[in-house]
Design a protein around this ligand. Structure first.
Ligand code: ATP
Length: 298
Protein backbone atom coordinates (compact mmCIF):
# COMPACT_ATOMS: atom_id res chain seq x y z
CA UNK A 1 0.00 0.00 0.00
CA UNK A 2 2.01 2.96 -1.23
CA UNK A 3 -0.90 5.33 -1.59
CA UNK A 4 -1.30 7.36 1.62
CA UNK A 5 -5.01 7.68 0.79
CA UNK A 6 -5.37 4.00 1.66
CA UNK A 7 -5.90 3.28 5.30
CA UNK A 8 -3.13 1.17 6.84
CA UNK A 9 -5.13 0.68 10.06
CA UNK A 10 -7.47 -1.69 8.23
CA UNK A 11 -4.87 -4.37 7.48
CA UNK A 12 -5.80 -6.53 10.47
CA UNK A 13 -8.84 -8.28 9.07
CA UNK A 14 -8.92 -11.90 10.18
CA UNK A 15 -10.44 -14.41 7.76
CA UNK A 16 -12.98 -12.43 5.74
CA UNK A 17 -12.58 -11.24 2.19
CA UNK A 18 -9.20 -10.18 0.87
CA UNK A 19 -8.61 -8.61 -2.54
CA UNK A 20 -5.00 -7.96 -3.47
CA UNK A 21 -3.91 -6.01 -6.55
CA UNK A 22 -6.91 -7.36 -8.49
CA UNK A 23 -7.06 -6.35 -12.15
CA UNK A 24 -9.96 -7.23 -14.47
CA UNK A 25 -9.74 -6.69 -18.23
CA UNK A 26 -12.79 -7.51 -20.34
CA UNK A 27 -12.49 -9.27 -23.69
CA UNK A 28 -12.83 -5.98 -25.55
CA UNK A 29 -9.61 -4.85 -23.85
CA UNK A 30 -11.27 -2.51 -21.33
CA UNK A 31 -9.64 -2.67 -17.90
CA UNK A 32 -12.54 -2.00 -15.52
CA UNK A 33 -10.53 -2.64 -12.35
CA UNK A 34 -6.82 -2.10 -11.87
CA UNK A 35 -4.67 -3.07 -8.92
CA UNK A 36 -7.59 -3.05 -6.45
CA UNK A 37 -6.65 -3.90 -2.87
CA UNK A 38 -8.79 -4.12 0.27
CA UNK A 39 -9.61 -6.44 3.13
CA UNK A 40 -12.82 -7.02 5.07
CA UNK A 41 -13.02 -9.00 8.30
CA UNK A 42 -15.82 -11.45 9.05
CA UNK A 43 -18.78 -10.10 11.03
CA UNK A 44 -18.92 -6.77 9.23
CA UNK A 45 -21.00 -4.85 6.71
CA UNK A 46 -18.97 -2.96 4.13
CA UNK A 47 -20.29 -0.33 1.73
CA UNK A 48 -18.94 -0.35 -1.83
CA UNK A 49 -19.24 3.21 -3.10
CA UNK A 50 -18.36 4.72 -6.47
CA UNK A 51 -19.79 6.45 -9.54
CA UNK A 52 -21.54 4.56 -12.36
CA UNK A 53 -18.93 2.58 -14.23
CA UNK A 54 -16.38 2.66 -11.40
CA UNK A 55 -16.21 -1.15 -11.35
CA UNK A 56 -18.54 -2.19 -8.50
CA UNK A 57 -20.35 -4.90 -10.47
CA UNK A 58 -17.05 -5.96 -12.03
CA UNK A 59 -15.64 -6.48 -8.55
CA UNK A 60 -18.69 -8.57 -7.59
CA UNK A 61 -18.28 -10.64 -10.76
CA UNK A 62 -14.62 -11.24 -9.91
CA UNK A 63 -15.48 -12.34 -6.36
CA UNK A 64 -18.08 -14.75 -7.80
CA UNK A 65 -15.64 -16.09 -10.38
CA UNK A 66 -17.73 -14.88 -13.35
CA UNK A 67 -14.75 -12.95 -14.70
CA UNK A 68 -11.13 -13.97 -14.31
CA UNK A 69 -8.35 -11.80 -12.95
CA UNK A 70 -5.68 -10.48 -15.29
CA UNK A 71 -3.57 -9.95 -12.18
CA UNK A 72 -3.68 -10.12 -8.40
CA UNK A 73 -5.68 -12.47 -6.20
CA UNK A 74 -8.89 -12.76 -4.24
CA UNK A 75 -9.20 -14.81 -1.10
CA UNK A 76 -12.59 -15.69 0.40
CA UNK A 77 -12.53 -16.94 3.99
CA UNK A 78 -8.88 -17.82 3.45
CA UNK A 79 -9.50 -19.77 0.21
CA UNK A 80 -9.06 -18.94 -3.47
CA UNK A 81 -12.25 -18.03 -5.38
CA UNK A 82 -12.73 -21.42 -7.08
CA UNK A 83 -12.42 -23.38 -3.84
CA UNK A 84 -14.79 -21.01 -2.03
CA UNK A 85 -17.37 -21.22 -4.82
CA UNK A 86 -17.29 -25.03 -4.74
CA UNK A 87 -18.17 -24.79 -1.06
CA UNK A 88 -21.05 -22.46 -1.93
CA UNK A 89 -19.95 -19.77 0.54
CA UNK A 90 -20.71 -16.72 -1.63
CA UNK A 91 -24.33 -15.59 -2.05
CA UNK A 92 -25.31 -12.80 -4.41
CA UNK A 93 -28.34 -10.50 -4.32
CA UNK A 94 -28.53 -8.97 -7.83
CA UNK A 95 -29.69 -5.56 -8.97
CA UNK A 96 -33.38 -5.60 -9.89
CA UNK A 97 -32.60 -4.55 -13.46
CA UNK A 98 -30.54 -7.70 -14.00
CA UNK A 99 -33.53 -10.00 -13.47
CA UNK A 100 -36.16 -11.03 -16.03
CA UNK A 101 -39.34 -10.55 -13.99
CA UNK A 102 -41.50 -12.09 -16.75
CA UNK A 103 -39.92 -15.46 -16.09
CA UNK A 104 -42.79 -17.55 -14.66
CA UNK A 105 -41.51 -18.76 -11.31
CA UNK A 106 -42.99 -18.88 -7.84
CA UNK A 107 -41.46 -17.07 -4.89
CA UNK A 108 -40.60 -20.33 -3.11
CA UNK A 109 -38.89 -21.64 -6.26
CA UNK A 110 -36.68 -18.53 -6.39
CA UNK A 111 -35.67 -19.09 -2.77
CA UNK A 112 -35.13 -22.82 -3.44
CA UNK A 113 -32.51 -21.83 -6.07
CA UNK A 114 -30.37 -20.83 -3.08
CA UNK A 115 -30.35 -24.51 -2.08
CA UNK A 116 -29.10 -25.85 -5.44
CA UNK A 117 -25.50 -25.86 -4.27
CA UNK A 118 -26.52 -28.04 -1.32
CA UNK A 119 -28.30 -30.61 -3.54
CA UNK A 120 -27.00 -33.45 -5.70
CA UNK A 121 -27.04 -33.43 -9.52
CA UNK A 122 -30.72 -34.40 -9.66
CA UNK A 123 -31.66 -31.28 -7.69
CA UNK A 124 -34.25 -33.10 -5.63
CA UNK A 125 -35.20 -30.97 -2.66
CA UNK A 126 -35.10 -32.78 0.67
CA UNK A 127 -36.83 -31.90 3.93
CA UNK A 128 -33.82 -29.81 5.05
CA UNK A 129 -34.07 -27.76 1.84
CA UNK A 130 -37.78 -27.07 2.31
CA UNK A 131 -37.13 -26.13 5.93
CA UNK A 132 -34.34 -23.73 4.91
CA UNK A 133 -36.64 -22.09 2.33
CA UNK A 134 -39.47 -21.71 4.85
CA UNK A 135 -37.09 -20.27 7.47
CA UNK A 136 -35.58 -17.81 4.98
CA UNK A 137 -38.98 -16.60 3.82
CA UNK A 138 -40.10 -16.16 7.43
CA UNK A 139 -36.95 -14.19 8.25
CA UNK A 140 -37.67 -11.63 5.53
CA UNK A 141 -41.41 -11.54 6.34
CA UNK A 142 -42.49 -13.09 3.01
CA UNK A 143 -43.99 -16.43 4.10
CA UNK A 144 -47.47 -15.43 2.95
CA UNK A 145 -46.19 -14.80 -0.58
CA UNK A 146 -44.52 -18.18 -1.13
CA UNK A 147 -46.96 -19.29 -3.83
CA UNK A 148 -47.09 -15.99 -5.72
CA UNK A 149 -45.41 -15.41 -9.06
CA UNK A 150 -42.25 -13.36 -8.50
CA UNK A 151 -43.27 -10.91 -11.26
CA UNK A 152 -46.44 -10.01 -9.33
CA UNK A 153 -44.57 -8.59 -6.34
CA UNK A 154 -43.63 -4.98 -5.60
CA UNK A 155 -40.01 -3.86 -5.93
CA UNK A 156 -39.39 -4.05 -2.17
CA UNK A 157 -41.00 -7.51 -1.92
CA UNK A 158 -38.84 -8.80 -4.78
CA UNK A 159 -35.74 -7.55 -2.97
CA UNK A 160 -36.79 -9.46 0.15
CA UNK A 161 -37.27 -12.65 -1.86
CA UNK A 162 -33.75 -12.44 -3.28
CA UNK A 163 -32.43 -11.79 0.21
CA UNK A 164 -34.29 -14.92 1.29
CA UNK A 165 -32.55 -16.83 -1.52
CA UNK A 166 -29.17 -15.73 -0.11
CA UNK A 167 -30.30 -16.78 3.39
CA UNK A 168 -31.46 -20.18 2.14
CA UNK A 169 -28.05 -20.65 0.53
CA UNK A 170 -26.51 -19.89 3.94
CA UNK A 171 -23.70 -17.92 2.26
CA UNK A 172 -20.98 -16.83 4.65
CA UNK A 173 -20.17 -14.00 2.26
CA UNK A 174 -23.14 -12.05 0.91
CA UNK A 175 -22.78 -9.57 -1.96
CA UNK A 176 -25.65 -7.13 -2.36
CA UNK A 177 -25.86 -5.06 -5.53
CA UNK A 178 -27.76 -1.84 -4.74
CA UNK A 179 -30.31 -3.40 -2.36
CA UNK A 180 -32.03 -0.10 -1.56
CA UNK A 181 -32.81 1.12 -5.06
CA UNK A 182 -36.54 1.69 -5.37
CA UNK A 183 -37.46 0.55 -1.85
CA UNK A 184 -39.34 2.66 0.69
CA UNK A 185 -37.95 3.64 4.09
CA UNK A 186 -39.75 0.84 5.96
CA UNK A 187 -38.38 -1.84 3.65
CA UNK A 188 -34.95 -0.26 3.83
CA UNK A 189 -35.10 -0.39 7.62
CA UNK A 190 -36.20 -4.05 7.50
CA UNK A 191 -33.29 -4.89 5.18
CA UNK A 192 -30.81 -3.02 7.40
CA UNK A 193 -32.11 -4.85 10.47
CA UNK A 194 -31.67 -8.18 8.69
CA UNK A 195 -28.14 -7.28 7.56
CA UNK A 196 -27.21 -6.37 11.14
CA UNK A 197 -28.43 -9.72 12.39
CA UNK A 198 -26.40 -11.46 9.65
CA UNK A 199 -23.38 -9.43 10.70
CA UNK A 200 -23.88 -10.62 14.26
CA UNK A 201 -23.75 -14.20 12.95
CA UNK A 202 -20.23 -13.49 11.69
CA UNK A 203 -21.00 -13.21 7.97
CA UNK A 204 -19.21 -10.88 5.57
CA UNK A 205 -21.43 -8.45 3.68
CA UNK A 206 -20.38 -6.21 0.82
CA UNK A 207 -23.11 -3.78 -0.25
CA UNK A 208 -22.86 -1.59 -3.33
CA UNK A 209 -24.97 1.51 -2.94
CA UNK A 210 -25.60 4.99 -4.26
CA UNK A 211 -27.58 5.67 -1.10
CA UNK A 212 -24.81 7.61 0.63
CA UNK A 213 -26.98 8.71 3.56
CA UNK A 214 -27.39 5.12 4.74
CA UNK A 215 -23.69 4.24 4.72
CA UNK A 216 -22.71 5.82 8.08
CA UNK A 217 -25.87 4.32 9.60
CA UNK A 218 -25.17 0.65 9.16
CA UNK A 219 -21.89 0.01 7.34
CA UNK A 220 -18.94 -0.57 9.68
CA UNK A 221 -16.56 -0.26 6.77
CA UNK A 222 -16.37 1.44 3.42
CA UNK A 223 -14.51 0.75 0.18
CA UNK A 224 -14.30 3.75 -2.16
CA UNK A 225 -13.87 2.71 -5.77
CA UNK A 226 -13.02 4.43 -9.01
CA UNK A 227 -11.56 1.75 -11.30
CA UNK A 228 -9.25 1.01 -8.39
CA UNK A 229 -9.65 1.16 -4.62
CA UNK A 230 -9.11 4.75 -3.52
CA UNK A 231 -9.58 4.09 0.19
CA UNK A 232 -10.87 1.40 2.49
CA UNK A 233 -11.30 0.89 6.21
CA UNK A 234 -13.66 1.82 9.05
CA UNK A 235 -16.47 4.08 7.83
CA UNK A 236 -15.79 6.68 10.54
CA UNK A 237 -12.30 7.17 9.10
CA UNK A 238 -12.96 6.67 5.39
CA UNK A 239 -16.38 8.16 4.75
CA UNK A 240 -15.25 11.75 4.92
CA UNK A 241 -16.33 14.67 2.84
CA UNK A 242 -12.85 15.02 1.35
CA UNK A 243 -12.67 11.33 0.37
CA UNK A 244 -16.16 11.41 -1.17
CA UNK A 245 -15.27 14.46 -3.19
CA UNK A 246 -12.15 12.68 -4.40
CA UNK A 247 -14.11 9.52 -5.24
CA UNK A 248 -16.91 11.26 -7.12
CA UNK A 249 -15.05 14.22 -8.58
CA UNK A 250 -17.60 16.75 -9.75
CA UNK A 251 -20.40 14.19 -10.06
CA UNK A 252 -21.93 14.66 -6.60
CA UNK A 253 -24.59 17.19 -5.81
CA UNK A 254 -23.35 19.30 -2.93
CA UNK A 255 -25.43 21.83 -1.01
CA UNK A 256 -24.29 23.93 1.92
CA UNK A 257 -27.12 24.93 4.23
CA UNK A 258 -26.70 27.54 6.90
CA UNK A 259 -28.40 26.57 10.10
CA UNK A 260 -28.43 28.26 13.43
CA UNK A 261 -28.05 26.49 16.76
CA UNK A 262 -28.51 28.47 19.95
CA UNK A 263 -28.29 31.68 17.93
CA UNK A 264 -24.91 30.64 16.43
CA UNK A 265 -24.81 29.99 12.68
CA UNK A 266 -23.27 26.70 11.55
CA UNK A 267 -22.93 25.07 8.14
CA UNK A 268 -24.34 21.71 7.12
CA UNK A 269 -22.87 20.11 3.99
CA UNK A 270 -25.38 17.95 2.14
CA UNK A 271 -23.86 15.55 -0.39
CA UNK A 272 -25.89 13.27 -2.63
CA UNK A 273 -25.23 10.72 -5.35
CA UNK A 274 -28.76 10.33 -6.68
CA UNK A 275 -30.57 8.87 -3.68
CA UNK A 276 -30.60 9.69 0.02
CA UNK A 277 -28.08 12.38 0.90
CA UNK A 278 -25.31 12.23 3.47
CA UNK A 279 -25.17 15.26 5.74
CA UNK A 280 -21.88 16.41 7.18
CA UNK A 281 -21.88 18.55 10.29
CA UNK A 282 -18.51 20.02 11.16
CA UNK A 283 -16.94 17.50 8.74
CA UNK A 284 -18.55 14.44 10.42
CA UNK A 285 -21.18 12.32 8.64
CA UNK A 286 -24.46 12.42 10.56
CA UNK A 287 -26.63 9.35 11.18
CA UNK A 288 -30.37 9.04 10.99
CA UNK A 289 -32.46 7.05 13.45
CA UNK A 290 -34.36 4.26 11.68
CA UNK A 291 -38.16 4.55 11.58
CA UNK A 292 -38.32 1.73 14.15
CA UNK A 293 -36.15 3.80 16.48
CA UNK A 294 -33.15 1.43 16.23
CA UNK A 295 -29.75 3.05 16.51
CA UNK A 296 -26.76 1.79 14.62
CA UNK A 297 -24.26 0.21 16.99
CA UNK A 298 -21.29 0.58 14.63
N1 ATP B 1 -18.84 -7.35 -20.26
C1 ATP B 1 -18.20 -6.20 -20.38
N2 ATP B 1 -17.37 -6.00 -21.43
C2 ATP B 1 -16.70 -4.84 -21.55
N3 ATP B 1 -16.78 -3.80 -20.68
C3 ATP B 1 -17.59 -3.94 -19.64
C4 ATP B 1 -18.34 -5.13 -19.42
N4 ATP B 1 -19.07 -4.98 -18.29
C5 ATP B 1 -18.78 -3.76 -17.82
N5 ATP B 1 -17.90 -3.12 -18.62
C6 ATP B 1 -17.32 -1.79 -18.43
O1 ATP B 1 -16.57 -1.80 -17.24
C7 ATP B 1 -16.74 -0.57 -16.53
C8 ATP B 1 -17.21 -0.88 -15.11
O2 ATP B 1 -18.54 -1.38 -15.19
P1 ATP B 1 -19.32 -1.88 -13.89
O3 ATP B 1 -20.60 -2.48 -14.38
O4 ATP B 1 -18.42 -2.74 -13.10
O5 ATP B 1 -19.58 -0.51 -13.11
P2 ATP B 1 -20.48 -0.19 -11.83
O6 ATP B 1 -19.61 0.57 -10.88
O7 ATP B 1 -21.12 -1.44 -11.34
O8 ATP B 1 -21.57 0.79 -12.44
P3 ATP B 1 -23.09 1.12 -11.96
O9 ATP B 1 -23.00 2.00 -10.76
O10 ATP B 1 -23.61 1.87 -13.17
O11 ATP B 1 -23.80 -0.20 -11.75
C9 ATP B 1 -17.70 0.27 -17.33
O12 ATP B 1 -16.95 1.19 -18.10
C10 ATP B 1 -18.40 -0.73 -18.22
O13 ATP B 1 -18.78 -0.14 -19.45
Amino acid sequence: MNDPFLNPASSDTGSGLSVRSATVTYRNGHTALRDATFKIPAGTITALVGVNGSGKSTLFKAIMGFVGLAGGEISILGQPVNAALKKNVVAYVPQSEDIDWNFPVLVEDVVMMGRYGHMNMMRLARAADHEAVAAALARVGMSDFRNRQIGELSGGQKKRVFLARALAQDGRVILLDEPFTGVDVNTEDAIVKLLRSLRDEGRVMLVSTHNLGSVPEFCDRTVLLNRTVLAYGPTVEIFTQANLEKTFGGVLRHFVLNESEGGKPRALDVITDDERAVIFQDGQATRRKSSSGDEDRS
